[in-house]
Design a binder for this molecule. Structure first.
Ligand code: TYD
Ligand code: MG
Length: 377
């Protein structure tokens, strides 16, 4: 959490935390407040969603029962602001911004006007008093935090809590942060005693990787300030459909189409009569061009039905003419690969020379996509 916030909680800051219902937002914030209360700070958890009894039960389960952790069940903005100025807590959590009601407006809680007005006043109070405020927001179907998108402009930091309720992992990602790098991620595991930090995301994302399977490639993506190894899976299967399917989960679909076109045109792969599915395992979403080469490798591996030589990590940007372009932070990616026990990296020739690669790490540099297949198998 400290890392995602850019080092910790900044006095007077306003942080918006969005996510699907049931993903664990209330649990996360309750645990954070518990940690602060455990250090002797008064903290205030305001809820308009659950009763104090419900909060108490959850608190018991995750060990958030510190005396200094105060719970206020309230939806009236005026009363909440009054209590904040009386208690002067070290931090306030509002769960959720959609339940608040300001008597100046006649519209219902959760309406755009109410959400905007309540947020504005809470943020102003935070700035004036120096008391940081966390606003929890539900995410609508289209993915934007319900109510106005303007909420994102009003706060200092926007975090999204993502994950699949069917899986135990949860990813907290900073979308915007005035106090630190955006796109930083925190990885957590939901246990029956609450959320637990996952300190080595690479290990976590690679934990279920099938060894020696065709269609699986490992790439190194920069998530915030950290390089993280991820597994990219592809399935290329022959189809009779006139329009073969291209389905992508966890990566940019148009970028994958582009890479498939490059493979067809430059490497002569007959992908036009194949459905292609690409999935980034573990529910991570990658957006960096550095994983291009990983996507391409997974697709080629599935198409040829040959597993990639084991213990290989592949990264680099692929251009439209098939050239492999250099990427940033190459050395950090190589080090992460070495740390995770990989022994070879296939990477762009143009990336800066590494003076002393980690022991036992072989660096295979390529400048064009045509050179890739000979290195993969
Ligand atoms: P919650 O924090 O209520 O989600 P949100 O506030 O985002 O709606 O988390 C709800 C889910 O988390 C619920 O399905 C049960 C699960 N959970 C655990 O698995 N372990 C726990 O210790 C807790 C408190 C919740
Ligand atoms: Mg909740």
């Amino acid at each position: 959490m400290d890392r995602v916030l850019g080092g910790g909680i900044v006095a007077g800051s306003a942080v918006l935390i969005g996510g699907d219902p049931g993903i664990g937002k209330s649990t996360l914030l309750l645990q954070i407040l518990q940690n602060m209360a455990g250090r002797g700070l008064d903290v205030l958890y305001v809820t308009g969603e659950e009763s104090s009894g419900q909060i108490g039960m959850r608190g018991k389960r995750i060990g958030a029962l510190a005396r200094k952790l105060l719970v206020l069940v309230e939806i009236s903005l005026e009363s909440i602001m009054q209590r904040i100025s009386e208690v002067k807590p070290a931090a306030v959590v509002i769960d959720s911004i959609q339940t608040l009601y300001c008597s100046l407006l006649s519209s219902a809680p959760g309406s755009v006007g109410q959400v905007r007005e309540c947020s504005e006043r809470l943020i102003l109070q935070a700035k004036k008093s120096g008391i940081p405020v966390f606003l929890i927001g539900h995410v609508t179907k289209d993915g934007s935090i319900a109510g106005p998108k303007v909420l994102e402009h009003m706060v200092d930091t926007v975090l999204y809590f993502e994950g699949d309720t069917g899986h135990a992992y949860r990813i907290l990602r900073s979308i915007k942060n005035r106090f630190g790098p955006a796109n930083e991620i925190g990885v957590f595991e939901m246990r029956d005693t609450g959320l637990q930090e996952v300190s080595s995301p690479s290990e976590f994302f690679l934990s279920e990787r099938p060894k020696g399977a065709a269609g699986s490639a490992v790439s190194a993506s920069l998530e915030g300030t950290r390089p993280v190894l991820i597994e990219i899976q592809a399935l290329a299967s022959p189809t009779n459909l006139g329009m073969p399917r291209r389905t992508v989960i966890g990566a940019d679909a148009s970028r994958v189409s582009l890479l498939v076109a490059v493979l067809e045109k430059i490497c002569g792969l007959k992908l036009g009569n194949h459905d292609i599915f690409v999935n980034v395992a573990g529910g991570v979403r990658v957006s960096e061009p550095a994983v291009d080469l990983g996507v391409v490798s997974a697709v080629v591996s599935s198409y040829r039905n040959r597993p990639i030589i084991s213990d290989t990590v592949v990264f680099g940007e692929v251009g439209l003419t098939g050239e492999i372009r250099g990427i940033g932070r190459t050395e950090d990616r190589i080090r992460e690969a070495a740390r995770m026990g990989f022994s070879r990296c296939i990477l762009p020739k143009t990336s800066i020379r590494m003076d002393s690669p980690p022991a036992g790490m072989e660096l295979d540099r390529i400048s064009h996509i045509r050179e890739l297949q000979a290195k993969l198998f």
